[in-house]
Write a new protein. Sequence first.
Length: 202
Amino acid sequence: MAPDEKGCKKQNSGPGDKKGHGAEKKPPKEKPKYNMWQNSVCMVRFAFREKEKKILLFCALEVVLATAGSLTGLFITPAALNVLETGGGPGKLVATILFFGILSTLVAAASGYVDRNAMYGKITLRSALVAQLQSKESTTSYTNLQDDKFLKICHKASVGLNSNLASGEAIWRTLTDLAKNTVGLLIYIMLLSSVDPLLIAV
């Protein structure tokens, strides 16, 4: 007598078959308490409180120098072609290329100098955050030392401050890159707005 198919299905089925053969469901990802802008404002205020306002100046200089470097590389070819089109001699062409080459070198050197000096302010702020974290861990209530949630938060904060590449310093690099891209986009839009739309379409 052939076995009952429904009985076989009921016998073979087990808990979790409808969810990938017993695979455990992953817990939902915890949503951050603060968004990027709130964290950015907090870090700017912290820089003022720790008397490291110069880091904002360095970030602004990095944006200006990065934009200047991009524009220098963008205009060197049109400038050289303009010399050729207007009948300029070889001397003028060489002088134009040398001018943009020297300007590009100076901008790159200044950008490297600013980047190096900005590093010290970032380290100072990260060290201040580390000191606050250690103070909190040292003066907290004893019951918190056995609280898994508190320990998890402290560990997460420690990981975010354990190196120059951690989020404690990376936030400044992220804000600087965001400002660079925004300024560059606005400049390119301004340049494209002065070009004949037919040329852009072609």
